[in-house]
Write a protein that binds this ligand. Structure first.
Ligand SMILES: [Zn+2]
Ligand SMILES: [Zn+2]
Length: 333
């Protein structure tokens, strides 16, 4: 099969690789669309020691089953492979499974390729009319879905009555804004430093967009929920200032590990701080429905490129040279 292989920091090679061989309980999926994630960029820069070269990256996948009983079915992939029988898996929190693996990290190759082996229970059927391109948005949007549901639980106020600040306007930030809007939330502000991306978010018409570098900071102590889709010391500092007493900060980004959080304010004002990692199968299924129903709008913030030209997409993303909140690669069949 053809694959786009990460061979060294800042270097990808489009080349032939051996076809994957499915193990017990697994099937082969012919990849139709595979999105580039921030974590793929992180690995590409050589910053992720869990993803050493050579490796096939990519975990936001839709495709067609080409082996086993479900052969011919159009599916979206839940890339998080979990054991299914530990306490966490059985209590509906499979994202915390101690044995979890994610594709694009040893021992599993990712999906910037033509074929992928996957446990059958990680495949969700998609409707015939749903495009593979939109289906490939399921993974990042599921992350946003999980974050919004956690935020609603912690803030003890209906989303429709909440003021929400979103930090970061990449795929997860924009997904969070769209999901909040679909829950009736009309008071959303989103901060994004890249001007091209700000235009893309603005075009979705579900939130007020600002530039965190040049515009005034959002009002202090006045946001019921702050969703940090960047996860750096700078954004944690902004979140600490903005959140209102009794409010909630939901932290999804993984930019750096410490600094920025005002723990004294969190304590004195009973602010909830919630770490949020990926999604469960329930979130993934809800996301497929939401994407397909049109509740999240026309999804025109995604750009399609061919897998063979994938290396240039990484360069454009590294330079901030694209307005797309998400670039999805499609193999050249
Ligand atoms: Zn991702
Ligand atoms: Zn488990």
């Amino acid at each position: 099969m053809k694959a786009l292989v990460y061979v060294a920091p800042n270097k990808l090679e489009y080349r032939d690789e051996p076809d994957p061989v499915p193990e017990a309980g697994e099937v082969l999926v012919r990849v139709k669309a595979s999105g580039i994630c921030g974590s793929d960029m992180h690995a590409y820069f050589g910053h992720d020691e869990r993803r050493p070269a050579p490796l096939i990256l990519g975990h936001e996948v839709s495709g067609e089953v080409v082996s086993g009983e479900r052969q011919g079915q159009r599916v979206v992939v839940n890339p998080l492979v979990t054991c299914g029988y530990c306490d966490d898996c059985l209590s509906g929190r499979s994202n915390l499974c101690r044995q979890r693996q994610i594709i694009s990290m040893e021992p599993r190759q990712g999906a910037f390729s033509e074929l992928l082996r996957m446990p059958e229970c990680n495949l969700i059927d998609i409707p015939d009319e749903m495009s593979y391109l939109h289906a490939a948005l399921t993974e990042p949007v599921s992350t946003g879905m999980h974050a919004v549901l956690e935020a609603a639980r912690a803030s003890r106020r209906p989303l429709a009555e909440s003021r929400v600040l979103v930090l970061g306007g990449g795929a997860i930030g924009i997904a969070v804004a769209l999901i909040l809007n679909s829950h009736g939330c009309r008071n959303i502000r989103l901060g994004e430093t890249n001007g091209l991306r700000r235009k893309t978010v603005q075009a979705a018409q579900v939130c007020d967009v600002y530039d965190p570098i040049n515009d005034p900071a959002p009002e202090a102590d006045s946001w019921d929920i702050v969703i940090d889709a960047v996860g750096g010391a700078v954004t944690r500092d902004a979140a600490s200032h903005a959140v209102k007493p009794g409010g909630a900060i939901v932290h999804i980004g993984l930019m750096d590990n410490s600094g920025g959080l005002d723990v004294r304010k969190l304590t004195l004002q009973e602010v909830a701080f919630i770490g949020c990692y990926t999604y469960t199968m329930v979130d993934v299924r809800a996301t497929v429905k939401a994407l397909h129903s049109g509740a999240l709008g026309p999804l025109d913030w995604v750009e399609q490129r061919s897998l063979s030209e994938g290396a240039s997409a990484f360069v454009d993303l590294a330079n901030g040279d694209t307005p797309a909140a998400k670039i999805v690669l499609t193999p050249d069949y």
